[in-house]
Design a protein around this ligand. Sequence first.
Ligand code: SAM
Length: 240
Amino acid sequence: MPSSDTSHPKTNFLKKVFSEVPKTYERINHVLTLGLDVLWRRQAARIAAASGGTRWADMCTGTGEMACYLSRLAASGTVIHAVDFSMPMMAEAMKKPEARNIDFVVSDVKALPFPDESLDLITISFATRNINLSSDILTHTFAEFCRVLKPGGRFVNLETSQPSSLLLKKLFRFYVRLLVKFVGKLISGSHSGYAYLAHTIPRFYPPKELSDIMCRAGFKNVTYRKLLFGVAAIHQGMKP
Ligand SMILES: C[S@@+](CC[C@H](N)C(=O)[O-])C[C@H]1O[C@@H](n2cnc3c(N)ncnc32)[C@H](O)[C@@H]1O
C-alpha cells in the first residue's frame, strides 16, 4: 500500500526515536514490565479477535507483536494489515514467522490509506501516547479510525493508564522516573527515546478521560478494564 504522511513538528522526532530502538525494543518492554506487556497484549488480542470479521488492522504496529497475536487467532481468510510510519520498527516485525500472513502498510495513522467503512477491527497497543500530540490530534486520529471501520466494527486500545489510588499513582511515577530512562538508555543506547517515554507515561489520560475522547471521536458503547490496579487499561468501542 502507498505511504501517506501528515506533517507535525514532532513527527520527525518520533521517527528518529523509533529508528534508534527497534533491536532492543521488545527486550526492554519485557524487562520494564516483568513480562506483563506480553500477557496484556495477548489479552487485548483475544478481546479484539472475538469480535470477528475478515479485515483487521493493527495501528502503530512497531515490531508487530500485536499483529502476530492477531494472526494466530484469526480465522482463515482474514486479512491483517499492520500500519506504522517507522520502517526500522516494521523491519523487525517482518522477520517474524507470522509476517507472511500480514500486509505491512507504511503510513502515518493520522491519515490512513483505507477507504471509508472497509475494516472490521482496529487495534493499537502502547502507541496511543505517541499519537497524543494534543488531545485534538488524538481525537482526530481516533475519528480517522472510526472513518475506516465498518458500522459495528470494533476498536481495541491497550495503553498505560493512571492508577486511581494516589499512593499507587505516586509509586508508579517513581518507578517510571527511576527505571524507564535508566534501563531504556542502558539497553538501547537511546537517551532521547526513553526520556520521551518516561515523560509521556505520567502525563497520559486516566481511563475515563480516554473513554471520553473515544466517544468524542464517534465511538459508541465505550468500555474499559483496568490492568494491574490501573497501571494499564484496555478500552473498547464500536463504530455506530
Ligand atoms: C511504543 S511503539 C508500540 C509498538 C507496538 N504497537 C507495541 O505494542 O509494542 C510505538 C509505535 O508507533 C509508531 N508511531 C508513532 N506515531 C505514529 C503515527 N502517527 N503513525 C504511524 N505510526 C506511528 C512508531 O513508529 C512505533 O513503531
